[in-house]
Design a protein around this ligand. Structure first.
Ligand code: BGC
Length: 458
């Protein structure tokens, strides 16, 4: 039971991540009415979250080794609460931008430390499922934000203020938790590590199962050689993994997903929805599709394999974005209907495929020695491209119109098909060690071939 409690607490961190991404969507039109915002300022204020997250992710890497997972999650909870309060009280656009930068810092820390906290506490056989709960929590956070936007449609201050509640839940929950056994062992605090294992597994501290787990953690800690370096990451045998890891995040973000997540009501407005409440209601619909299709993705990922799911995702997003672009460019009569269908299809294809896959694959493709470095570089790529898209969107729309911008995103998704075909390996059912051996053999990464049959023999 305890382990589910742990996952729930860390899942709140994922929820906050999604909440702070999504909440701006319903607030923008109110802010535009109250302050004179240029497209540049609007882009910067909105994109302050991914920008701050870039800083948070950079900061968290080292500090979590020194101070522990729990301490960093507590700091993130305080920053989440402070950011929500400051943004609710902001008197000018620059104050909002600064508060969102603070929220971003919290998002960046939480997005890195919470999955780590879960995976270091979870028993191996439940790890995949528990880490995907975190993914799901992000989409639930986005939906939660849209519902809050709808419920407090008149007050952007109340929308932002609501972020305090999950932040307090995280603070109180984490305050009562201990750190992970692995981190405690890393610090030489062996007896505390023993108690932590006993608590998580609901066993007595002297139970032989606790001894066994402690011994295996201590062995892994002692065997830890020097951490991987940048030179290792760029070495010929690791480079193909780096290209796939960063490339998938480039494609995920440049597919334009966050132009939709952060600006959904604006997109609906541009697509012919006239009333603000229908724009926000349609946005809630997008949030629901995003959550529902994440379940579908989780179901399919180990069944039909990564490559096939990516092909479906990129084909689906390219076609649906193309549909919106054509409708917008031709000013079609039924623009709002076409755009709505296009957007729903787009989010559905994204959520089942391009959403979860880069996160899953980033944890599979890097050899052990550079796994954490590789993962942090890949997730930094995620934040950097996320920032680029969210920051540029208002300016691009005001210069080229929605049709032009979505046409570019459609082309990126089409390029994703080629990228997948040429470079992405099928990792389904292949053990992490086999992936590592394949990279070392120098054969093209893409030729790593497996079928479900290998699961049995691996
Ligand atoms: C992406 C986020 C995006 C979210 C939407 C995630 O996989 O990394 O940038 O906002 O999906 O659900």
């Amino acid at each position: 039971m305890m382990i589910y409690f742990i996952a729930a607490i860390a899942g709140i961190a994922g929820f906050l991540f999604g909440f702070d991404e999504g909440v701006i969507a319903g607030a923008l039109h109110l802010l535009r009415g109250e302050f004179a915002i240029s497209p540049f300022d609007e882009g910067l204020m909105t994109a302050a979250v991914p920008l701050g997250a870039l800083g948070g992710a950079l900061l968290a890497g080292r500090t979590t080794e020194t101070y522990g997972r729990r301490a960093l999650l507590l700091v993130a909870a305080v920053l989440f609460a402070a950011g929500a309060l400051f943004s609710a009280a902001a008197g000018a656009v620059w104050m909002l931008t600064a508060s969102r930068l603070l929220l971003g810092l919290a998002v960046g820390i939480a997005a890195m430390v919470a999955p780590l906290y879960i995976s270091e506490s979870a028993p191996a056989e439940k790890r995949g499922m528990l880490v995907s709960i975190y993914q799901l929590a992000i989409t639930l956070g986005i939906l939660g934000a849209y519902v809050v936007d709808f419920a407090f449609a008149e007050s952007w201050r109340l929308m932002f203020l609501m972020g305090v509640l999950p932040a307090l839940a995280l603070l109180i929950g984490m305050y009562r938790m201990g750190d992970t056994p692995r981190w405690l062992a890393l610090k030489g605090r062996t007896e505390e590590a023993r108690l932590a294992i006993a608590r998580i597994r609901d066993l007595a501290p002297q139970d032989p199962a606790v001894d066994a787990e402690l011994a295996s953690i201590r062995q892994a800690v002692q065997q830890r050689t020097r951490p991987g370096t940048w030179a290792d990451l760029l070495s010929p045998s690791v480079r193909p993994a780096l290209v796939v890891g960063m490339g998938l995040f480039f494609l995920q973000q440049l597919s334009g997903i966050n132009a939709v997540i952060y600006y959904a009501p604006t997109v609906f407005k541009e697509s012919g929805f006239n009333s603000t409440s229908t724009q926000i209601l349609a946005t809630v619909g997008i949030g629901i599709v995003n959550v529902a299709m994440t379940f579908v993705g989780m179901y399919l990922i180990d069944r039909i394999g990564r490559r096939r799911l990516l092909f479906i995702g990129f084909a689906g997003t390219a076609l649906s974005l193309g549909m919106i672009a054509i409708a917008a460019a031709t000013d079609a009569e039924a623009l709002d209907i076409l755009a709505t269908i296009g957007l729903v299809l787009y989010v559905a294809a994204f959520a089942a495929s391009i959403g979860p896959l880069p996160w899953v694959m980033m944890s599979e493709i890097f050899p052990l020695k550079v796994r954490s470095l590789g993962m942090s570089v890949a997730s930094l790529a995620n934040w950097a491209f996320n920032f680029l898209v969210v920051f540029s969107f208002p300016m691009l729309v005001s210069s080229f119109g929605l049709g032009g911008v979505f046409a570019v995103y459609a082309l990126v998704c089409a390029a994703g098909l080629v990228f997948t075909y040429l470079l992405v390996p099928e990792t389904n059912g292949v053990s992490l060690e086999e992936i590592e051996r394949h990279l070392e053999s120098g054969r093209p990464f893409r030729t790593l071939d497996a079928g479900p049959v290998r699961v049995v023999t691996a």
